[in-house]
Design a binder for this molecule. Structure first.
Ligand code: NAI
Ligand code: MG
Length: 495
């Protein structure tokens, strides 16, 4: 179903410059780049295009704020309060932030308003609560010594984020870094810089000291690479493609920089014949279609047990045809455009490959309309394990369906991927649910649900889906160093 793209009142676009040391500044080169509305293909704004010279200035500001500024020395509880204050300001502007996110990214405004931003707030408030609960241990070592550990901030964090969940990715990155007492140089994705810049403004308004958060929009090979290579950056946190992660890992090797990666997936979503099939059908849709299919944890491989395969697939297909694709600002819209032309072309290329390699396109497969990067919800059946649509991350609304007959075979095929981010199992058999959950090589396994996220529950990948975890207590680790202090208890002169 297609709804027209209408002209709507636009959110105010206030921040388009770099945010360095608490100042809004143009790029040193004077360059700008255009950010585009993917629903209309029209330009939204010119944004300052940072490169190595701007990253240099941002690192200097972040370094000064870390080495000499108040942030790491502030009472931990006061740091937590400032993060809460940022959340209060986000809540005051939540409708405009949602509109800005939708404009820049193309996601339905209701998704941003009811999904992304509440999750971002939950994450920031969760880590605000951690700020004064990060502490070490006392350790009974041999001899007459008092030994204890301190958890100290790792230093200046370079944070490079993608375009699929711009606000949420800011929260996942800033939350633990700020709670730990780190300072930040962030590069938002070139497709979606606007909400990150707005959040930097709100952070300043909240009273987070200048230099603690610096934002340098720009492109990967210039601004991104400069962050990775800069010796003043202690740690890099990256979310995006495996290809870029490999480049980053090589470039960070010289300085043995600390790295965490949250990368892609090809997650299996497994439906057994005894499952609640109504719930599983909804779960199949959420798994693949949420955020236009642009989710690292998308359930893009749907495994359906033989005996229910045809009937279940029929439901998934019928539901796919009913999805409302169109204007992200229409509250009834369920699916907006893909983020940009490159992603649109990549996805259409995989749809063509699926047809060429012999899978059946049961529904979808075409562009929607002539303007904007809209793609029909698409389901391929008869997919075999070697096809490119079975193996590669498509990152769009394209589902590949597989048939399975027995559990051993299923587990083997579900794990036969270089990825390991997420998986789901639908069954009423408790023992089988836990057994399969245990045997799947993935960082998150959902049972009888999909895409359930919580700030307290760690998220991240096995295998080439990345390393390190975000969210939860585990998400703090990459922003902390452990210092061991050993004190002799021998009295002076008493040795
Ligand atoms: P990408 O990995 O190139 O971009 C992600 C971020 O990394 C952006 O901020 C980008 O500017 C930056 N970047 C790019 N090259 C860099 C470099 N050499 N050094 C430092 N930073 C660099 O991903 P892209 O091109 O946007 O999407 C390609 C594919 O990656 C997608 O089709 C999808 O399969 C996957 N992807 C996965 C995401 C996830 O959430 N795991 C998010 C975005 C993309
Ligand atoms: Mg790229």
């Amino acid at each position: 179903m297609v709804t027209a793209t209408s002209a709507r009142p636009r959110p105010r676009i206030r921040q388009t410059q770099l945010f360095i040391g608490g100042q809004w500044v143009p790029a040193r080169s004077g360059k700008t780049f255009v950010t585009v509305n993917p629903a209309t293909e029209e330009p939204i704004a010119d944004v300052a295009e940072g490169d190595a010279a701007d990253v240099e200035a941002a690192v200097r500001a972040a370094r000064e704020a870390f080495d000499n500024g108040p942030w790491p020395r502030l009472d931990a509880r006061a740091r937590g309060r400032l993060i809460h204050r940022l959340c209060d300001l986000i809540e005051e502007e939540i409708d405009e932030l949602a509109a800005l996110e939708s404009l820049d990214n193309g996601k339905p405004v209701s998704d941003a308003r009811l999904g992304d931003i509440p999750l971002a707030l939950d994450c920031l408030r969760y880590y605000a609560g951690w700020a004064d609960k990060i502490h070490g241990q006392t350790i009974p070592i041999n001899g007459n010594y008092f030994c204890y550990t301190r958890r100290e901030p790792v230093g200046v964090a370079g944070q490079i984020i993608p375009w699929n969940f711009p606000i949420l990715m800011v929260a996942w990155k800033w939350g633990p870094a700020l709670a730990a007492g780190c300072t930040i140089v962030m590069k938002p994705a070139e497709q979606t810089p606007l909400t990150c810049l707005r959040l930097a403004r709100l952070a300043q308004k909240a009273g987070i000291p200048d230099g603690v958060i610096n934002v340098v929009p720009g492109f990967g090979p210039t601004a991104g690479a400069a962050i990775v290579k800069h010796p003043g950056i202690d740690k890099v946190a990256f979310t995006g493609s495996g290809e870029t992660a490999q480049i980053i890992m090589k470039q960070a090797a010289d300085q043995l920089k600390r790295l965490t990666f949250e990368l892609g997936g090809k997650s299996p979503n497994i439906v057994f014949a005894d499952a609640d099939l109504d719930a599983a059908a909804v779960g199949a849709h959420v798994g693949i279609y949420l955020n236009q299919g642009q989710c690292c944890c998308a359930g893009s491989r749907l495994f359906v047990e033989d005996s229910i395969h045809d009937a279940f697939v029929e439901r998934v297909v019928a539901g796919s045809r009913k999805r409302r694709v169109g204007d992200p600002f229409d509250p009834a819209t369920e699916q907006g455009p893909q983020v940009d032309k490159a992603q649109f072309d990549k996805i259409m290329g995989y749809i063509e490959a699926g047809k060429r390699e012999g899978a059946t396109c049961a529904t979808g497969g075409k562009r929607v309309g002539e303007r904007g990067f809209f793609i029909e919800p698409t389901v391929f059946t008869g997919v075999t394990d070697g096809m490119s649509i079975a193996r590669d991350e498509i990152f769009g609304p394209v589902l590949s369906v597989f048939r399975f007959a027995d559990v051993e075979e299923l587990v083997r095929r579900a794990n036969a991927t270089s990825f390991g981010l997420a998986a789901a199992v639908w069954t009423r058999d408790v023992a089988r649910a836990h057994d399969v959950a245990r045997r799947l090589r993935a960082g998150t396994v959902w049972v009888n649900c999909y895409d359930v996220f919580d700030a307290a529950a760690p998220f991240g990948g096995f295998k080439q889906s990345g390393f390190g975890r975000e969210l939860g207590e585990r998400g703090l680790e990459p922003y902390l160093e452990t210092k061991t202090v050993t004190v002799s208890l021998a009295p002076p002169g008493g040795r």
